[in-house]
Design a protein around this ligand. Structure first.
Ligand SMILES: Nc1ncnc2c1ncn2[C@@H]1O[C@H](COP(=O)(O)OP(=O)(O)OP(=O)(O)O)[C@@H](O)[C@H]1O
Ligand SMILES: [Mg+2]
Length: 251
């Protein structure tokens, strides 16, 4: 079994299979996933469309159950924050209320909740939009709100499903650099799904490459670069890792 860099596993996939039964037959989404995600590790998952990446994330947060195999959590349970591929903001709540949703749901919303939501707005570049409704935002702004909401409760495990996909190149570059900085400060465990090789190498300690459906871990690349990775983009090793991933994804 593959293991994370930090030794102690936070989550372990043990020979996980997932199939879906639909009117048009069975779809095998994932096959034989055995992986350990280390505490404090940043793992990125990359692979072609439909290979089971979102299914992997939904299994991690308990929205789906494995058809075979199992997922173990250190201590039995792990608190997580999640930004889904579709932003899933509540349309009747403002940006700051959406970000602080965890406190609204547990009736713990306070002045401190608003302050934290506002700090996160600033962090993701949404200053001035705190009181806007989701329908008044661009796609990229909705994604940023969703990313801020995932980080709100300072979770042990941050699950991100293509969180930066709809952002323009400049905003994306800035938010990725910010995301790495925040991770370096707090060292939570992160599981990022992305289609971007550059994003995976900039953020992750380890990149899992999934095969076309049924998704299996076809390769595993350790990003052996000093942190912050964002400063290593012209390092020949960085370029080499990106090339290696590009070749693996061409198969
Ligand atoms: N609830 C479901 N019912 C039936 N089939 C499903 C369900 N969820 C996912 N699938 C199927 O499982 C496969 C993997 O889907 P998944 O959403 O995990 O892919 P993905 O790698 O996230 O793709 P993308 O990069 O396009 O987001 C697909 O063939 C999809 O049709
Ligand atoms: Mg997906």
């Amino acid at each position: 079994m593959s293991t994370g860099t930090s030794g102690q596993a936070l989550v372990t996939f043990e020979d996980v299979h997932k199939s879906f039964h639909t009117a048009s037959g069975e779809t095998v989404a994932l096959q034989g996933i055995s992986q350990a995600i280390g505490k404090g590790e940043f793992v990125a998952v990359i692979g072609p469309s439909g290979c089971g990446k979102s299914t992997l994330l939904r299994l991690l947060c308990g929205l789906e159950q494995p058809t075979r195999g199992r997922i173990r959590y250190s201590g039995g349970a792990v608190d997580f924050g999640v930004a889904f591929q579709e932003h899933r903001l509540l349309p009747w709540m403002t940006v700051e209320d959406n970000i602080a949703l965890a406190d609204h749901m547990t009736a713990k919303f306070s002045k401190a909740s608003r302050e934290r939501a506002r700090d996160l707005c600033a962090l993701v570049g949404l200053n001035g939009f705190e009181k806007r409704m989701p329908s008044e935002l661009s796609g990229g702004m909705r994604q940023r709100t969703s990313f801020a909401r995932a980080m709100y409760a300072k979770p042990e495990l941050l699950l991100l499903d293509e969180p930066f996909g709809a952002l323009d190149a400049l905003t994306r570059e800035k938010i990725i650099a910010d995301a790495e900085r925040i991770w370096l400060e707090r060292r939570f465990t992160a599981f990022l799904i992305t289609h971007s090789i550059d994003e995976a190498v900039q953020l992750a300690d380890r990149v899992l490459v999934l095969s076309p459906r049924p998704g299996r871990v076809a390769a595993e690349i350790t990003v052996d670069l000093p942190r912050p990775h964002v400063r290593e983009r012209s390092n020949p090793r960085y370029v080499q890792l990106c090339d290696q991933l590009r070749r693996l994804l061409e198969i």
